[in-house]
Design a protein. Sequence first.
Length: 214
Amino acid sequence: MSRYDRLAYTSAVRRVQEEMGSASATDRRLREPVEEAEPLTEAAAGFIRGLDGFLFASVGETGWPYIQFRGGPPGFVHVLDAHTLGYLDVRGNRQYITTGNVRANDRVALFFIDHARQTRLKLFGHATAVQADEDPALAERLASPRTGGTVEQLVTIRVEAFAWNCPNHITPRFSQDELSDALAPIRDRLALLEQENATLRAELAEHHDGVRPD
């Protein structure tokens, strides 16, 4: 049983599970309490490092949730240790909704999705956001790779729990780099065929020019 289940399966959720007939299956996941924060596995850490974006959910003082997308080169979300993620936050539309939410309530949810491999990871954590000049050592650790733009904040997430999610219904999508790698053999083959075609055309033209009419 993971700590994620312990945190996610609230009383209201358990009542719905009973109504929908899945309570007996989820009972097995709640037998042993897990009170300590759950460290990231090597598989989870590697998955996070390999992605170029994730969804970041926070909750405002009004009780309404807010979801933001954060993107950058693969590895821009740094796994600082088994319990901590971090990245450099760059200037955007300057609404600072997520930052304000986190200052009032540091509980957040992160959703990492690899569409090409139909894999996703969900995570609960506690987030902090401080000015970039408040921790130069951390800023240096997060500097490469990072999202391009003017750096404003250092964001860290202390991981509380995580779980791999069901792969069903994830529509396969591919990034430009992934498509480029996949299509490279086809492009090479086309280039070879075009070269062979040009050679054959040249040979035919030479043969035609050398043939005298009767």
